[in-house]
Design a protein around this ligand. Structure first.
Ligand SMILES: C[S@@+](CC[C@H](N)C(=O)[O-])C[C@H]1O[C@@H](n2cnc3c(N)ncnc32)[C@H](O)[C@@H]1O
Length: 205
């Protein structure tokens, strides 16, 4: 990883993603979680404050050492044990059917092989388990989508992620059934970066 990606980007995410509009999304995405949860792309732990009491253990997957360090105080203050258990959502070091829920928050866009990450989540969830997701991605508006395609390369260098992830399609292709879909633009951000997919992706029971 280069200096910018390894040292600067995690700090940028820690600052820019800790704002009211995103906190409301975190609250919604974390509310249904329970039992053992795998959080892929744990970042600096900005979701920790939103875990509900029904969560008993968190298995955090995060490749950035700086993000893991920034998460330290939040992990220490957490009401549940949080273990850093892996570095890559594309290859989870967890047994089959070993977690009750998963959290995907603004992370799929950063993972190079998104179908592999979705298949891994399907594998590690218990039957009937689910992914609670809140992911920015491809806008259904043609004009916005054109800007997303134009800006994709630049955004990957600056923010480390794609703008045009088709989150529901990626999750469905891995075998998940989607419910409670709630999509729309996050207020207070440019539309090309703010189309948000939220919902529950459930593994067959
Ligand atoms: C935009 S940040 C979001 C962090 C956190 N989910 C949040 O909501 O604040 C994306 C995160 O995905 C992580 N990431 C990048 N590639 C990954 C991979 N292959 N597997 C798991 N996480 C990854 C990044 O290091 C970064 O912490």
């Amino acid at each position: 990883m280069g200096f910018y990606r390894e040292r600067v980007l995690p700090r940028l995410h820690d600052r820019t993603l800790d704002r009211d509009s995103v906190r409301r999304v975190r609250e919604r995405a974390c509310a249904p979680l329970h039992g053992t949860v795998v959080e892929v792309g744990f970042g600096s732990g900005l979701n920790v404050a939103h875990y509900p009491p029904a969560v008993t253990r968190v298995r955090a997957i995060e490749p950035s050492a700086v993000a893991r360090r920034l998460a330290g105080p939040r992990v220490t203050a957490a009401a549940v044990p949080v273990d850093f258990d892996g570095l890559d959502g594309q290859r989870l070091p967890l047994p089959d059917a070993s977690v009750d829920c998963a959290l995907l928050m603004l992370t799929l866009c950063s993972i190079p092989d998104q179908p592999a990450a979705a298949r891994e989540l399907y594998r590690v969830l218990v039957p009937g388990g689910f992914v609670s997701y809140a992911e920015h991605g491809a806008s259904p508006d043609a004009a916005v989508a054109r800007w997303q395609h134009r800006l994709n390369g630049l955004n990957r260098r600056v923010s480390g992620c794609r703008l045009d992830t088709a989150t529901p399609a990626v999750l469905r292709a891995a075998g998940f059934e989607l419910t409670g879909e709630h999509d729309g633009y996050l207020p207070g951000a440019p539309r090309w970066s703010a189309y948000l997919y939220e919902g529950i992706a459930r593994k067959a029971g």
